[in-house]
Design a protein around this ligand. Structure first.
Ligand code: PMP
Length: 440
């Protein structure tokens, strides 16, 4: 087991980092107590830190590295754009090639534009929906994470003391200083509760430009959206001149054509990011041609003028195209089977440890909950202080013993993983569950 006091190099680096960055970092994601660790290198599904400790990586830079680290076909392909110029104020062939590939991948994609992050993709979908419908508001699911845009982040961290009545959840800001006007323009609906969601939406039917939903929302517990819920939202949006927007920034990994491949209802727009960049910064929005054309300035001014200095740069476009070429139908099926194996192995470890916990997830994602029963919405997924303490004990244990997971207890698989990695994960987790049982 790693002796935390021997991680002197990381501790010293963090002291320097705190002097020059708020919190000592550029993204809060890397923080952990007593200090973050720093990567020396990653290879496949393993990350080595500067202290020389290896961990199996189930965080994968928050689900963005579908092929793990330093995937040879991507490393081989990005050399050329690095040598020939990484960004231009003219087009590149790489952009057209990747756009063509993405359009072929999913039936709801008629046109696509690339951006630089998931946040930007979601923001662009919302702005496109407003421009297309001429309406001001968006609707979103309570607790869903969609990035940092003022409107998209509303109620992402709502708490029992401020989330309000479930019949009409409050619009709760994440950042201090969020304008009241932004909050007023976001309608919050409960997850998988069709009746309540429709009755809330009906009160705003003339104002909702778009309804934003993640089909497998990680902050809500990595539980799938019910088919009847999605179908009802599809029907409601179609009948009320409102767009249905899927956030597939993480879930696009679930099928060859995204999580939407499992549903009958198709979105008007889809936001993507993370794995479609092959390890480089990326975002994309794709969907109905007539909606996407609000960004088209070639026949009169665009209703939604859309720019981005590094959007569709050739390094990202090349890496993304190669990453998705290798994440073909067979690779998706194989990884999802490994996901089934991981969820079963975790459930078994929970059983053997005899602890009140459960595992949720689908495809190549899982989440551990210190709850006897799987949650069904944000409010039931919300962790009590005791559950948070248990999760912290668990995460510290598995981290010290060779696993990288997300702070919510969520894990994402990558294609270099093999069943031996899953078995190892389950072994470490079993001891982690035992540790929780002995401490709490
Ligand atoms: N939507 C979802 C579902 C996400 O998980 C994330 C990032 N975790 C985002 C949007 C924002 O993406 P990015 O961090 O690339 O801005």
């Amino acid at each position: 087991m790693l002796d935390r006091t021997t991680t002197t190099e990381s501790a010293a680096l963090y002291e320097r980092a705190k002097l020059v960055m708020p919190g000592g970092c550029s993204r809060n994601t890397i923080l952990r107590k007593p200090h973050p660790i720093y990567a020396a290198y990653g290879k496949g599904c393993v990350v080595a830190d500067i202290e020389g400790v290896d961990r199996i990586d189930f965080a994968n830079n928050v689900a963005s590295l579908i092929h793990g680290h330093a995937f040879a076909p991507i490393v081989g392909a990005v050399g050329e754009p690095l040598l020939k110029g990484t960004a231009f104020t003219v087009g590149t062939v790489s952009e057209v090639l990747f756009a063509e590939q993405m359009i072929q991948r999913c039936s709801s994609f008629e046109k696509i534009r690339f951006v630089n992050s998931g946040t930007e993709a979601v923001m662009s979908c919302i702005k496109a929906a407003r421009a297309f419908t001429g309406k001001p508001k968006i609707a979103k699911v309570e607790g869903s994470y969609h990035g940092l845009y003022d409107y998209a982040e509303v109620s992402q961290t709502a708490k029992p003391e401020n989330w309000g009545n479930v019949d009409e959840p409050s619009s709760v800001p994440v950042s201090y200083g969020t304008p009241q006007a932004a909050l007023d323009d976001v309608i919050v609906i409960p997850f998988n509760d069709t009746e309540r969601a429709l009755s809330i939406l009906d009160k705003h039917k003339d104002e909702v430009a778009g309804l934003l939903i993640d089909l497998l929302p990680h902050r809500i517990g990595v539980i799938p959206a019910e088919h009847k819920f999605v179908e009802a939202l599809r029907k409601w949006t179609s009948e009320n001149n409102s767009l249905l927007i899927f956030d597939e920034v993480i879930t696009f990994r679930t099928n060859f054509d995204g999580a939407q491949g499992s549903y009958k209802s198709k979105p008007d727009l889809t936001a993507m990011g993370k794995m479609i960049g092959g390890g480089f910064p990326v975002g994309a929005l794709a969907g109905r041609a007539d909606v996407m054309d609000v960004m088209d300035p070639t026949d009169g001014p665009a209703k939604f003028p859309h720019y981005g200095t590094f959007s569709a740069n050739p390094v990202t476009m090349t890496a993304g195209r190669i990453a998705l070429q290798w994440f073909d139908e067979q690779a998706v099926i194989r990884l999802n089977k490994l996901g089934d194996m991981a969820r079963n192995a975790i459930a078994e470890a929970i059983d053997v440890a005899g602890i009140d916990a459960c595992v949720t997830g689908a495809g190549s994602m899982f989440r551990v909950h210190f709850k006897a029963e799987a949650p069904h919405d944000y409010r039931s997924a919300f962790m009590t202080a005791e559950e948070s303490a248990k999760l912290e004990t668990f995460l510290n244990y598995v981290f010290d013993n060779g696993l990288l997971l997300i702070e919510t207890g969520t894990g994402f698989l990558s294609t270099p993983m093999k069943s031996a990695d899953i078995e190892k994960m389950a072994e470490i987790m079993l001891e982690g569950f035992r540790k929780v049982k002995s401490v709490h």
